[in-house]
Design a protein. Sequence first.
Length: 74
Amino acid sequence: MNRLDPYEPMFSALCTELGYCLHEKGQVKVVDALPNGLDAAVRAVLQAEGHYEPAASGDLKRGIRECIKANLPA
């Protein structure tokens, strides 16, 4: 079992709902950021997609945060 397997529903939701279809390296960065909180995971998503995080809108960050939170493994 791959350590990313439990997070597949979360990454699938990020892709289908928000268009953030992260490659495996980006997914690893997001999973590694999760222990530091949801905001750290949001920053990791944006960085993996090549976005300048401080310039991202609050609505975008909120949408990513809510998607991650709703789809975290139990």
